[in-house]
Design a binder for this molecule. Structure first.
Ligand SMILES: CC(C)(COP(=O)(O)OP(=O)(O)OC[C@H]1O[C@@H](n2cnc3c(N)ncnc32)[C@H](O)[C@@H]1OP(=O)(O)O)[C@@H](O)C(=O)NCCC(=O)NCCS
Length: 375
């Protein structure tokens, strides 16, 4: 007999085949296309890892330069998309603004409805190139400033920091942002990637799937957690108050953002690098307050609940140290993850079968019809 009972939250369900990333939750292992994420975070850049994900091979120096050059030439947004951003209320939630702009980008993409692999690759490139420009332009427009044109001489992360602030970032800052995107790049069938794949499985186009992924990433149980983690650190306030803060939150059955994971039962390998970068940025700025506070909170959570921090916890401190506004933390996650979503969309389009699970029906059956005048 077939078992029709539902798995709450689809926990433990294998819903697709994928050759993109491998996660061993018990061992705390993550690899992209067979390359350990620790090696990539130490030695590779974000776009190098995107190339690996999309082409299933590490690029040669010439291939990488060509790839980076193509994307650098595609950062400028069409004027109509900038106009969409100008038309939004200044108080728009940034993830909502981002999904609106990405959807608008799809309206003017010359290959919007073409879902061939070649067109998918080209659209994925344009999206990865354009996404940082959207976030930077939105942030300037809402502050009453003019968007800054991308600088093709700067690399992907340095250019974002420049377009947002108008100032050239130092190498540690640009490297930290680049590595955070590398760590956010791809992570199996998480909620947003699954969403993007479901949309792609209907043979809808790349922009439709990426817009859907953005919608799923927005929530605090997923991408929104890095913002909530920073708000929580600010709320906890100081080393002296953090223990009381954690105990009160746990007693009130509140979740501590940036802790726990559906797949990892040990340290999230991405957190290892973000912790290191949070410390490095703090030391460079001569202010390790948020790093120190995070370390104590991390120890408390392990002791009280046996929970490890996830990717979003130290990312909060890293982005805060880069003086980025807290409500841009989730859009920054999205910038990194877009290339991962795109890789899944391409995988789905190439080996498609409509994703259509079933629900376990828990309602009544065989209720007698009652005419409207007798209800
Ligand atoms: C990531 C997350 C959604 C995974 O959820 P899940 O697999 O459905 O696990 P649950 O929410 O059912 O949690 C299992 C238990 O651990 C507890 N728990 C999990 N994460 C917790 C957290 N961050 N703080 C406090 N308790 C937590 C739950 O309260 C629950 O305890 P209980 O069995 O006594 O009720 C969850 O850990 C969470 O909400 N974390 C905070 C948000 C976050 O950081 N998200 C980013 C993920 S990368």
């Amino acid at each position: 007999m077939t078992d029709h009972s539902a798995s709450r939250g689809l926990a433990g369900i294998v819903a697709a085949e994928s050759a993109l990333s491998f996660i061993d939750g018990a061992a705390g292992r993550l690899s992209y296309r067979g390359y350990d994420v620790h090696a990539l975070a130490r030695h590779a850049g974000y776009l190098e890892s995107v190339y690996l994900l999309w082409y299933d091979a590490l690029p040669s120096a010439i291939e990488l330069a060509a790839f980076e050059g193509t994307l650098a030439g595609q950062r400028q947004l069409p004027e109509s998309v900038i106009d969409v951003l100008r038309g939004l209320p200044a108080e728009s939630q940034p993830m909502a603004a981002l999904r609106t702009a990405v959807s608008a980008l799809g309206q003017v993409d010359p290959e919007a409805e073409d879902i061939s692999h070649e067109a998918d690759l080209r659209k994925a490139g344009r999206l990865v190139a354009g996404m940082p420009t959207i976030v930077a332009a939105f942030d300037r427009i809402r502050r009453g400033l003019e968007p800054i044109d991308p600088d093709p001489a700067l690399d992907h992360a340095a250019n974002f920091l420049y377009m947002r602030s108008g100032e050239r970032a130092g190498p540690t800052a640009a490297r930290a942002l680049d590595t955070s995107w590398l760590l956010y790049l791809e992570h199996g069938l998480n909620a947003s990637t699954f969403t993007a794949r479901v949309v792609a499985s209907t043979l809808a186009d790349m922009h439709a799937a990426i817009t859907a992924g953005l919608c799923a990433l927005k929530g605090p149980l997923h991408g929104g957690a890095n913002e909530k983690a920073m708000e929580m650190l600010l709320d906890a306030g100081s080393l002296e108050k953090v223990e009381e803060f954690v105990d009160r939150a746990l007693a009130e059955k509140r979740k501590i953002m940036g802790f726990g994971h559906r797949v990892y039962q040990t340290e999230d390998p991405r957190a290892t690098h973000l912790r290191r970068m949070a410390e490095e940025l703090g030391r460079e700025a001569g202010n390790t307050k948020w790093y120190d506070l995070s370390r104590v909170l991390e120890d408390l959570m392990l002791e009280r609940k046996g929970l490890y921090c996830n990717v979003d916890f130290y990312c909060a401190t890293v982005y805060y140290s880069l003086e980025l506004p807290i409500d841009l933390f989730t859009p920054l996650f999205a910038i990194g993850r877009t290339a991962g979503w795109a890789a899944h969309v391409m995988e789905q389009h190439m080996h498609n079968r409509l994703i259509r699970p079933r629900a376990e029906y828990t309602g009544e059956l065989d209720r007698p019809w009652v005419p409207i005048d007798r209800r």
